[in-house]
Write a protein that binds this ligand. Sequence first.
Ligand code: ATP
Ligand code: MG
Length: 288
Amino acid sequence: MGTTAPHIICGGLIALDLELSVSSYPVAGAKHKAQASRLVGGGGALNAAAAIARLGGQVTLYGAIGDDDLAPVMRARIQALGVPLDQVHGVAGAVTPHSAVLIEADGDRTIINARDDQLAANLPPLPHPFGYDGALVDTRFPQITTTLLAAARAAGKPAVIDAEAPVRLVQDALCHASHIAFSVQGLTDYTGRADADALAQVARHFNVWACVTRGPDPVLCHDGKAAYAIPVPVVVAQNTNGAGDTWHGAFTLALAAGQDEMGAVRAANSAAARHVAGQTDSLAPLGA
Ligand SMILES: Nc1ncnc2c1ncn2[C@@H]1O[C@H](COP(=O)(O)OP(=O)(O)OP(=O)(O)O)[C@@H](O)[C@H]1O
Ligand SMILES: [Mg+2]
C-alpha cells in the first residue's frame, strides 16, 4: 500500500466477546469447564476496522457503546486493536453490547450477542461531505446502514454491506450499496436459499456486484451479468470468530485501493484465512 492508505469508515456493531474454548458443544443442563478463555474486541464493525488497521489502512469506527462497567474495557480493547475512538459514542444509560462465544476444537464458533437495538438511534451525524475512500456497514443498526451507504455512493466510493441476517431489517439500504456481500445465513434469510441462482437474482435485481461467503468453500460472486467463484486458501482452522468481518474489512480496503472485485475477493480470502488460522497477534488475552 502506498503512502496515502485508503481511509475506510466502518459502521455497525461494536461488542466485547468472551470467547470460551470448549472440547465439544455443551450438553444442555450440564456444567462445563472451558479449556481457555479470552476477552476480545468484537462485533462486525470493530472486527472489520481492526482488520483494516492491521492491513495498513486508515480507519474510522462509527458506532455506539454504553456507559456501563464494560465501556472502559471496550474502549481499551478498541485502542489496543489500533482503531481510533473518535467516532465511538457512549450512550448514557445504555449497556455495551457483549457476546458469549463458544469456540469448538475445529474452530467453529457459536455466538450469543446481547445488544439494545436502539443503541445507535441517536448517533451524531457524520461530518459532510463524505471524507472517506469507502464505507463498510453491517446490518445491526438499520439507522446508520442507509446513511453510510448512501453517503459513500453519492461520493462515488465503494459502499459495501455485510449482509448478515436479518437482512430484511435493512431492506431499504440495499439499493444504496455498490457491493452486497452475504453470509450463507444472510442470503438464506433474504431469499430462502444460499445458492448461485439466489445470488444472481439479488445482483440482477439491484444491478450491483454481490457475493456470498461460505466458510472454507469458494466465494460465489455475481457482477449483475455473470457468475464466478473464487476459491479460499486451505488452512487449519483455529478460530472462525470474526472471519467474515475480517473478510469484509479487507475486501472494502482492497476496493478502495483500486483493485477490481476479483482481486479484492482474493485479498479478503487471504486476510480471512490468516485470521482463521490464528496468524494474527491482535487479540489480547483475558486480563491483558
Ligand atoms: N475454515 C476456513 N478456512 C479458510 N478460510 C475461511 C474458513 N472459514 C472462513 N474463512 C474465510 O472467511 C470468509 C468468511 O467466512 P464465513 O462465510 O464463514 O463468514 P460469516 O458466516 O459471515 O461468519 P462471521 O461473520 O461470523 O465471521 C470466507 O469466505 C473465507 O474466505
Ligand atoms: Mg459475517
